[in-house]
Design a binder for this molecule. Structure first.
Ligand code: SF4
Length: 414
């Protein structure tokens, strides 16, 4: 959206500055994000009483009534309307009457392609390949805000990556709302692996990193094709959410812990140095001590490199928000702490495996006396005592790892 304004001749300023137009790209993933969106809308108006305020995106999509009651807002635009943001603002300026455009995202059948965007990053770029989700997990509002699965055409994705590789970017992160569903809507058998094969052929691209994927996509057939792609990083973020089958059922997740475990075994066999990371929700409605212990033990067995622990938060408009036996905040807090401790222990164990090893590192930026980057399996590695540290940025170099400092591996250039 910012790029569209700039292309139309507008000047972009930071949010903290006084502007004529404020566009708030709202988030609605939790009740708290709704609240934050409302607060930021009011903050914008305080900066300039005469400014135009547009509330855009997911919160507008699912709860336009909430926003209609906020007098500071001039335009309310849904997720599909972002593409035409400049047109809506200019119509408002001409006609001076409030605009409300929220198309039915559930009926949107095609991926809204913004085309190539200008990146400010030098090393790694995030590429959106699909939108929407058909899974309807019981705690999640996203399918209502983003609609059904819509995938971006392979040619458009390849085209964008070729452009940014020409500008020097070496790594792309493939992202979407539910990346594992990529291609489902084309109904011609195209799937994520076809897309990855096409991306892998792009000259001078060094790495392809997958963002969060649902574990069920990891099958023998998928892996047989995946291991042939030399640019795919040995790092997989598999959203688990719970290590207890009863809880998974209430969450409406469509796999069991044993399905999940099989995926991790397949991945570890295919990629011996693979880093597996995950998300876990604690305190989901009805989660008993016994259920939580099952999760704890499962996580202890799988040993992820990193885990993102979320305390369940009730999201209005979802099934889980209406479930009985909501868990008390202090219990969520205790469970969260236990899992964070486990996560820290596993992380150190994993990092220790790489001491005295030679690793290939894509250096990203200089931080104080270090230049820091990531390995293919997402270990953070730093080197120091180099004459021109900055010259390492955006290069791939081999490093002999000597020790761990906090959560970072320290070594010297080979
Ligand atoms: S798969 Fe992810 S985005 Fe889709 S409903 Fe579940 S949690 Fe939400």
């Amino acid at each position: 959206m910012l790029q569209k304004f700039v292309e139309a001749g507008y000047e972009a300023v930071s949010f903290e500055e006084k502007a004529d137009i404020y566009v708030i790209n709202t988030c609605t993933v939790t009740n708290m994000s709704d609240k934050k969106s409302r607060q930021i809308i009011r903050r914008a108006k305080c900066k300039n009483k005469n400014s135009i305020i547009a509330a855009v995106g997911c919160y507008a999509q699912v709860a336009k009534k909430d926003l209609e009651n906020i007098p500071e807002i001039d335009l309310v635009l849904g997720t599909n309307e972002k593409n035409n943001i400049v047109k809506y603002i200019e119509e408002y300026i001409e006609e001076k009457k409030d605009v409300e455009e929220i198309s039915d995202v559930m009926n949107q059948k095609e991926f809204l392609d913004f085309g190539s965007i200008t990146y400010t990053e030098k090393t790694r770029a995030v590429i959106k390949v699909q939108d929407g989700c058909d899974r309807f997990c019981s705690y999640c509002i996203i399918p209502y805000a983003r609609g059904r699965v819509r995938s971006r055409r392979i040619e458009s994705i390849v085209n964008e990556i070729e452009k940014i590789v020409n500008k020097g970017i070496k790594e792309v992160v493939i992202t979407g709302i539910h990346v594992a569903s990529y291609g489902k809507d084309f109904k011609d058998g195209t799937s994520l692996i076809d897309l990855l094969e096409a991306i892998n052929q792009i000259d001078r691209l060094e790495r392809i990193r997958l963002s969060s994927i649902e574990p069920t996509i990891i099958t023998k057939e998928f892996l047989e094709r995946l291991v042939k792609l030399n640019k795919v990083c040995e790092h997989f973020h598999l959203s688990l959410q719970s290590g207890c089958d009863q809880t998974l059922k209430r969450m409406n997740r469509r796999y069991s812990t044993s399905d999940f475990e099989k995926c991790t075994e397949l991945l570890r066999k295919a990629y011996p140095n693979v880093a597996l990371t995950t998300d876990v929700i604690v305190g989901f409605p009805g989660e008993t001590e016994e259920e939580f212990n099952k999760t704890y033990n499962f996580l202890d067995k799988i040993k992820f490199y990193q885990m993102h622990i979320f305390k369940y938060s009730q999201r209005k408009g979802t099934k889980a928000a209406e479930m009985e036996n909501q868990v008390l905040p202090q219990i969520k807090e205790e469970r969260s702490k236990k899992l964070i401790n486990l996560s820290e222990k596993n992380e150190i164990e994993f990092l220790n495996k790489f001491i005295n090893k030679e690793l290939s590192v894509l250096f990203e930026q200089t931080e104080g006396e270090y230049c820091v980057g990531h390995t293919s399996n997402y270990l953070r590695v730093g080197v120091k005592n180099i004459k021109d540290l900055k010259s390492l940025e955006n290069t791939i170099r081999n490093v002999n790892v000597q020790k761990i400092e906090k959560d970072i591996l320290i070594g010297s250039l080979k």
